[in-house]
Design a protein around this ligand. Sequence first.
Ligand code: TXA
Ligand code: MG
Length: 321
Amino acid sequence: MKTTIGRELSVAIDLLSKNEVVAIPTETVYGLAGNALNIQAVQKIFAVKNRPLNNPLIVHLAAADCLTEIAENIPELAWQLLEKFSPGPLTLLLPKKYIIPDIVTAGLMNVAVRIPKHNLALELLRNINFPLAAPSANPFGYISPTKPEHVLKQLGGKISYILDGGTCEKGIESTVVGFENDTVVIHRLGAVSMEEIKKVAGKVIVKNKETAKPASPGMLSKHYSPKTKIIFTETPEEFLKDFNPEDVGVIAFKKYLKQVPTENQILLSPAGDLNEAAKNLYSALHVLDSKNLKIILAEKFPDKGNGKAINDRLGRAADLS
Ligand code: TXA
Ligand code: MG
């Protein structure tokens, strides 16, 4: 199959209406989208990604008004969060209505929903009469794409169209939250920080850790993983003695390591801005992973704001590398 990168909304609409899958831009990462109400379309998403069927998908809507069409018993706190963060990188777990096929939620009672803050994605959603199920547009377990070229590299030949919406502004996935007894529970750290959610919700519980039976089954450590081995550490320089400097890649916040060639090092934000660092994270992993290095040394980021989500992703990438 030939894969085209283009900006034609009409091509994407046509394919999606025929229950085909299309890669679409969002403000977080590129998604692999299909009609969330059509079982065949959703099956294609799982097949193209090689994703296990026990890992549910996020449903994307054009506006919060459409929420009651697919979810019910929506808590007041959910509306308050939506008011503040929608459209935006916040995904809510809400009791699903019958219209959402079980395959979308992997048989769970809740459906994950979000309204993306990306003009082209929103225009697309407004011009179709069904919501879009869309996981990140990478093969299961690999690095999420933040540019059309990342999608092409990973899924080229398997899908026919990548809707080009430029580089994703946020660069890491949405924050996934659920509700337990009127308390917000963060199931996946993401582009909306815990601190921001706390300001609206008051109390927040974080259950981001992998457990034997995760409430968010996608929270397995086999995520975001490049092929090159990664060491995730507060002190990258300590590991240099074990390698030839030419074989080492570095992902750092603000400062290069003296001993390693700078072309193998990527600073995520020389200015020290954690949002900018998040935006550059996956690109850096894609670039360094294609250099045939022996090791990538990834520095621990400050444990606040988007630094928490960056550390979460790097930790998972290192776990399985
Ligand atoms: O930013 C994002 O969220 C991107 C863009 C494309 O919207 N999407 C994304 O999807 O990251 P995906 O499939 O790569 O990750 C979805 C996460 C997984 O951890 C999954 O387990 C969780 O959300 N999830 C989805 N539906 C769920 C449900 N019904 N209950 C619990 N967790 C759910
Ligand atoms: Mg993903």
